[in-house]
Design a protein around this ligand. Structure first.
Ligand SMILES: [Zn+2]
Ligand SMILES: [Zn+2]
Length: 800
């Protein structure tokens, strides 16, 4: 044991953390021995020979397992970071390509850098006569495109290119679709929420077009560890009977996990030393001790700031060390990335600091230590970043240190009190809803442009597509016409399922239009505002129309990929926001007035002493003003009035009303003094929204809430929690189903916080439209306790 400690460059650091209480939790993981097996002899001889040539005599057990699963049917692989996951889909793909000279494969990557890494990995097998990989994305030169369409047999692309470039032009890709044997969806956990709901539709369109050309490709997916990998795979692809490969056969390094909480600076207010300052100190220590470290933090600005703080710290003691720290920036060319990664692996660099978004594109295997500063939003991504810790060599398993430095947000502090929640179980499920109505209709229209919609499309688009097609019909987007067999390779006329359509099909009313170009896979509704940088004329991106008033109103500080901009003008007529780079030291928060109207009740149950409902609501929002807040100390600077019209959107929500205490003794609301009721409801809503990402992988910003001590439709005190995107994407539905857990977690969040009257670590919300007024921590505590103790009461009220 003693020798063990001396060997680790971080022993002294951890010792100090233990002594002063900043190290709130430690755990050890691994080492785990590699489970190695012979490559299956059924593999094509050329693939076996290629493996031998590159020095791979045996496979990790999960790679062989994945190969067998992939031969049988659709498969998802969820083993750890750096466990050789790509081999799991490369081997079956290479096998198919060696057996069938015409077969082709499509690899889908959420980030360009990943596609580049994979293209190199495929080339590394040296099967140049059999395997011709090519990247097809926005950067592919025009003159190379036709050649790729004709001859590349592994096309590496991204969902956006598939959606807007490949599917609408399927005729130009006829040979690919007619021979499509394998579709690989790497990093599938990225496809959740709005992006996931779009991706599920894009993959259904892909299956539909492939089927029109007579193929049914095998889908192979990989994902980080999540709670529901099979459900994710099935929802994304629309396929059933997907196999799961989850038992990791790669060697796990002996790893120490350290949960690190900056010390309290004011116990009453609940404020702590900043996570940035704490992280800078930790990183400088690790660099001095010689550990090669990667550090993850959310924004680009924080990356720059943290890199500077670490270098400053090092410069005081040893100027040469300061040069061994570098930020890893977006926008590096592949060559620059290779060079930086190489220097890091060789030890010429000791530390890189990067945003979690860039994690997807880094190719460094494992290092000595991985430090994650503030909660990255999901335990799955935290785990993925931690997975970078612990180098292994051929001869011995490595050692590693994985650190989490907590910020002051509610979830950060929740995890510091309940580290087991992210040490012992993958808690979140990746949620998406391919039938989210606005998203579904956009893709239905795209699909109609790709080929007439008819009865056989039920297999790909689900049983409810025709109802949505009827809506597009009445909106003048589609028209009906007698069915003709016009898609290649299909005798559709004889299909009995066409009877319900009266052998008619839906076709676009305006065949010359190009609907895919209007659909962004990142936003729920086609209705969007453009965001333009006036200093360069560059289009930065777009925002959903329903969010424009609250995020890009005049004077708002808008963050884009970690860079701050100030909005100069919001042009409601031309639907665009003009922004300019911003260097000030404040941020802004909108003050809003929100109303919800219940449109349709879909489900209802009695639980925890309240009536819990799920359904469709219409949310109306007016942005009244915004507050400027100083970044350094969060002091409010100024409240500026705005004059904006109300906006509204339909979405899904859960709501619960507190039973009227008049007719039931001991009603829940009874326990709370009337003057504290609104504050109690509001604080409860905030706490529930804060912990919802523990159940459904989502961002706090994907969820909205409203609490009122009297809602005209329920006639009682009511809390609403709704999906923040038009149509909803399944978050509120998940919260409805797992409401008891939500209340338990919210209750723990509040009850355990040591602040006096509520703080950012419990009931205050950074996105509150009422600027956190009124809030009653004590009232919320009482309310949730009452609800949880009422849990086992029998159901009352009329069933639906
Ligand atoms: Zn608190
Ligand atoms: Zn609020």
């Amino acid at each position: 044991m003693a020798r063990d400690r001396i060997a680790e460059p971080w022993s002294a650091l951890l010792e100090e953390g233990r002594a002063d209480g900043r190290l709130v939790r430690e755990a050890r993981e691994g080492p785990g021995r590699a489970k190695l097996v012979q490559p299956p002899p059924e593999l094509h001889p050329e693939v076996l020979a290629a493996l031998a040539r590159i020095g791979i005599e045996r496979l990790y057990s999960h790679q062989a397992e994945a190969l067998h699963a992939a031969w049988e049917g659709p498969t998802i692989i969820t083993t750890g970071t750096a466990s050789g996951k790509s081999m799991c889909f490369n081997l079956p793909t290479l096998d198919v390509l060696c057996r069938d000279g015409r077969a082709r494969a499509l690899y889908l990557y959420p980030a360009k850098a990943l596609a580049q890494d994979q293209a190199r990995a495929l080339a590394g097998f040296g099967l140049t006569k059999r395997v011709r990989p090519a990247i097809y994305d926005g950067d592919t030169p025009r003159e190379a495109r036709a050649q790729i369409r004709r001859s590349a047999n592994v096309v590496l692309t991204n969902p956006d290119m598939l959606h807007v470039g490949i599917l609408p032009n399927h005729a130009a890709w006829a040979d690919l679709f007619a021979n499509l044997a394998v579709v690989v969806v790497d990093e599938a956990h990225v496809y959740r929420g709005v992006f996931g709901s779009h991706m599920a539709n894009v993959l259904r369109r892909l299956r539909r077009i492939a089927s029109a050309y007579g193929t049914r490709p095998r889908f192979l997916l990989t994902s980080a560890t999540i709670a529901n990998p099979l459900e994710l795979a099935e929802r994304l692809t629309g396929l059933q009977d997907v196999s799961l490969v989850a038992r990791d056969g790669s060697p796990a390094p002996a790893k120490r996990i350290a949960v690190w909480n900056p010390p309290l600076s004011d116990e009453q207010l609940g404020t702590r030393r900043s996570a940035l300052g704490e992280a800078a100190e930790l990183m400088a220590r690790l660099v001095r001790e010689g550990a090669r470290t990667i550090c993850f933090i959310k924004s680009r600005k924080a990356v720059e700031l943290l890199s500077r703080l670490i270098a400053d710290d090092l410069r005081e003691s040893d100027p040469q060390l300061a040069a061994l720290v570098a930020p890893y920036r977006a926008g590096y060319t592949p060559q620059q990335r290779r060079e930086l990664e190489g220097r890091l692996v060789r030890g010429e660099l000791r530390a890189v600091i990067t945003t979690d978004a860039l994690e997807l594109g880094i190719d460094i295997g494992r290092l000595d230590a991985a430090v994650v500063v503030t909660f990255p939003g999901t335990v799955a991504s935290l785990r993925q970043m931690w997975g970078r810790a612990g180098r292994s060599s051929l001869h011995r398993t490595g050692r590693g240190l994985a650190v989490y430095v907590a910020g002051e947000d509610a979830l950060d502090q929740f995890f510091c009190r309940h580290p087991e929640d992210f040490l012992e179980r993958p808690v979140e499920a990746a949620i998406l809803d391919h039938e989210s109505a606005p998203i579904f209709r956009q893709h239905l229209l795209c699909a109609a442009h790709e080929g007439p919609l008819s009865g056989v499309d039920r297999e790909f688009l689900g049983p409810r597509w025709e109802a949505q097609a009827e809506l597009l019909l009445s909106a003048g987007e589609l028209r009906k016409r007698p069915l003709q067999a016009e898609r290649p390779g299909q005798q559709r006329i004889d299909d009995p399922s066409l009877e319900s359509l009266g052998a008619r099909s839906y076709v676009p009313r305006r065949p010359g239009s190009y609907p895919a170009a209007e659909v962004s896979l990142r936003s729920a509704s086609p209705d969007s505002f453009a965001i333009v940088d006036v200093s360069s004329g560059e289009l930065l991106g777009s925002t959903e129309a329903t969010r424009a008033h609250s995020t890009v109103h005049r004077g708002a500080i808008y963050m884009h990929l970690g860079t701050a901009y100030e909005v100069r003008e919001l042009d409601l007529q031309r639907r665009r926001a003009l922004v300019a780079p911003f260097a000030g030291d404040w941020y802004t928060r909108p003050k809003r007035e929100t109303d919800t109207a219940i449109v349709r009740l879909l489900d209802r149950r009695q639980t925890l002493g309240v009536t819990l409902s799920f359904g469709e609501v219409s949310v109306t929002e007016t942005v009244l003003a915004y507050q400027r807040t100083r970044t350094a100390d969060q002091a409010p600077l100024e409240l500026v009035a705005l004059d904006l019209p109300p906006t509204s959107f339909d979405t899904q929500a859960l709501w619960f009303e507190l039973d009227d205490s008049e007719d039931r003794a001991g009603g829940i609301a009874d326990a709370i003094p009337l003057e504290a009721l609104l504050g109690a409801l509001h604080a409860t809503e905030h706490a529930q929204i804060a912990v919802l990402p523990l159940i459904a992988m989502c961002d706090r910003w994907d969820i909205g809430g409203l609490s009122t001590n009297f809602h005209p439709q329920t006639g009682a005190a009511t809390i609403f929690i709704y999906d923040g995107h038009p149509g909803g994407i399944g978050i509120a539905r998940t919260a409805f189903l797992r409401f008891e857990e939500l209340c338990r977690d919210a209750s723990r969040l509040i009850a355990e916080c040591r602040c006096a009257d509520g703080c950012p670590s419990c009931v205050q919300s950074p996105k509150c439209g009422n600027l956190n007024e009124p809030l009653s921590k004590a009232g919320a505590c009482l309310l949730l306790e009452q609800m949880l103790s009422a849990s086992s009461q029998p159901a009352v009220g009329a069933p639906l």
